[in-house]
Write a protein that binds this ligand. Sequence first.
Ligand SMILES: Cc1ncc(COP(=O)(O)O)c(C=O)c1O
Length: 383
Amino acid sequence: MKRIYMDNAATSFPKAKGVAEAMTNYIENIGGNVGRGSYYNSYAAGSIVYETRELLCKLFHFDDPLKVVFTMNITQSLNMILKGFLKEGDHVLISSMEHNAVLRPLTSLKQKGIELDIIPCDNEGFLDPNSIKQYIKSNTKLLVITHASNVCGSIQEIKEIGKICKEHDIDFVLDSAQTAGILDIDFYDTYLSALTFTGHKGLLGPQGIGGFLITNEFSNKISPLIEGGTGSLSESYSQPEILPDKFESGTLNIPGIFGLNASLKYILSLGLENIRKKEKDLAKLFLDGLHNIENIKVVGSYDISKRTAVVSIDFQNIDNSEAAFILDNEYGIMTRVGLHCAPLAHKTLGTFPKGTVRFSFGYFTLEEDIFYALESIEKIAKL
Ligand SMILES: Cc1ncc(COP(=O)(O)O)c(C=O)c1O
């Protein structure tokens, strides 16, 4: 049986051309650490790490490669920022579509005296930027939002939201897990304080590499969560204040960065507009087909311009877990069922605690596979 991957919101597959080769090249032929050796191989690795920071600047229209910090993934980036920045008495705002990567650290910070307000989104997962103002208080320090939902693909109006944050002197942090490498994000036009990213989803790179881009002003307000060796200022007993070293203690995931370097080059050579167009076409094809199938409910908006290629459906005749099992077992279609680490989003969409079956397409998804998925869904919906 043919196996069809439709779980790109969890992690993209296949990866961009060149990723595996770049990682293998580092491990087999280069192998030096970065900033910790005065020999050719260390410099060779260091130059790819620096170039990867430059590629991220190019992708996100950012100005300074040294303000690009590498972490393991976006969850680590968000934890570092939230726990390093917020102090007792601070107030933070999030939307009701956030992933547990935002919700859980903030829930634990509430026990340390941080105030949290969750701004409701509508039942298609959209946040009305105008609704933010009524939640702003004198101690509101931060707004964190996911650019697009990992449950139903709803895209938030981040430029409008950023403007409001700027007007009220609130730092603005973006979770780009579902949009980096798919939608064009302009760091400064969006008035961001930090843009967090993960390398293994739309960026088409390997797992275990992520990071954040950050302004100097915001970085100055954050204490590093992890301190230790940076390869720089070794004479000092204290963590360096300079970026990116302040937040990059310990040896980096260098094979991961080599892989990300290759995937970023691939994405930049394709062009984001082409990637977005392909994903929009795939989502439209799928949504048009779903429209005619009985016994299923599509969660979220049908408006392609306002969503990504992440589509959740709720089977009415059969348990969603069973439907996902049949999709995999009988049709070879890989999806993700349940709450997708986003119980808050499912509550907003009216699909909690049942959850949904999520289909998420990527640049490499084939049109014929969308038709096959539609046929398979139709058969299951008739059971
Ligand atoms: C919106 C959103 N935020 C955060 C994450 C966490 O990503 P990672 O596991 O790469 O840290 C995900 C991935 O599941 C996501 O979809």
